[in-house]
Design a protein around this ligand. Structure first.
Ligand SMILES: [Cu+2]
Length: 385
């Protein structure tokens, strides 16, 4: 269903009084609080302690109906708030980041960046992650199911995923959560599973990543992705948007040793990346460019995952009509040519496609564009199909 159609249906449902319940005047979330939790300014804090345990589990490593592969964003086909049961296992995977350049990455869900989770401000996430770095996990068979992510990954296999084994302690740090990091973001050993909850108290586009030292190394090895928390009241242009895409920029620090590429920690310390990519591969948005028509309003949910570099994102031939820094509707900018983002900063950016043609997407720090941070949007004429 297109976003416009969904917005129309949502408005229709509201008009008929079909929404689940009226929003509480004091709580962001329409979900009940649990024992021990407390509310400040409508946000929920004081969540239960994380659990760490061992389980027999060798099934789908990504579960969640709003977990998608880049550049897709899963639609939120519900009103108000809900609970998301999300699994995102961590394991090694051989991935390609440029033609002929592949390495044994540490991943969430098998791709670099990992899947994008979409929730609404006030939603609750019940999160489970098993550290499966000691087993070969296959993600190329879409029949394994569990999330739309697998079908999307299969349709866009530029990373050429292959199972790999690299036993290593790992953790998960969601920037979208407000919790005690020493509890929820704790490191777990291969074979262990962690489960904890977080509430999406603030809207925006957030990074998730491994927080196990060296954080630089674990992030540069591939353990990061995006969470989109849509504002509960939406963005003011929701009814005008024709296409939405998610882009994650990140750096790779690889050196060739024999026939293999491996991570180069010294290059990472020196901030000298071998590759800088949009969506994990220098060709990702070139082989599969974004699509739109002249006159369309295109919305990009953009995260600069770093781990260490800034991004100066620019659309050649376009001007950003609206930019919401960090994705928060309160932080609105107009008429931006370039959006500067530090490591783990993000923005929601919209531009109107002026005419049919090719619009290149670049990091305007051109040393990074030449390292791979480039892509394209192809626009067909206004009245084309
Ligand atoms: Cu890690």
């Amino acid at each position: 269903m297109s976003k416009k159609t969904f917005m129309q249906l949502s408005a229709f449902a509201l008009a008929l009084g079909l929404t689940a319940c009226a929003q509480s005047p004091t709580l962001n979330s329409t979900l009940p609080m649990k024992d021990g939790e407390f509310s400040i300014d409508g946000m929920i804090f004081g969540l239960a302690e994380a659990e760490v345990f061992r389980e027999q589990y060798d099934s789908a490593p990504v579960i969640g109906d709003t977990m998608s592969a880049l550049p897709h964003l899963a639609p939120l086909e519900y009103t108000g708030n809900r609970v998301h049961e999300v699994r995102l296992d961590t394991f090694a995977q051989k991935v390609e980041v440029a033609p002929g350049v592949n390495f044994n990455a540490w991943t969430y869900g098998g791709s670099v960046p990992g899947p994008t989770l979409h929730v609404r401000e006030g939603d609750r996430v019940v999160f489970t992650m098993k550290n499966r770095s000691d087993e070969p996990v296959v993600v190329t068979d879409p029949l394994r199911g569990g999330a739309p992510y697998f079908q999307q990954l299969a349709a866009n296999p530029y990373q050429k995923h292959q199972p790999a084994v690299s036993p290593m302690p790992h953790s998960m740090d969601f920037h979208s959560g407000t919790v005690a990091a020493d509890d929820k973001w704790r490191t777990i050993a291969p074979g262990e599973t962690i489960r904890f909850e977080w509430v999406a108290n603030y809207p925006g586009v957030y990074m998730y990543h491994c927080g196990t030292p060296s954080v630089l190394m674990h992030t540069a090895m591939g353990q990061y992705g995006a969470v989109v928390v849509s504002p509960k009241g939406g963005y003011p242009t929701d009814h005008l948007v024709d296409h939405e895409y998610v882009i994650v920029q990140s750096e790779f620090y690889l050196e060739k040793v024999g026939d293999e590429y491996i991570y180069d920690h010294q290059a990472a310390m020196n901030r000298n990346p071998s590759h800088v990519t949009f969506n994990g591969h220098v060709s990702a948005l070139i082989d599969e460019p974004l699509r739109a028509k002249a006159g369309d309003r295109v919305r990009l949910y953009f995260l600069n995952a770093g781990p260490s570099d800034t991004s100066s994102f620019h659309v050649i031939g376009g001007i950003f009509d609206r930019v919401w820094y960090e994705g928060n509707v309160e932080n609105e900018w107009r008429g931006m040519q370039t959006v500067l983002l530090g490591a783990s900063n993000s923005a929601v950016m919209e531009f109107i496609v002026p005419e049919s043609g090719v619009y290149k997407l670049v990091d305007h720090e051109f040393a990074d564009a030449e390292r791979g941070a480039a892509g394209a949007l192809i626009a067909t004429p206004k009245d084309s199909n």
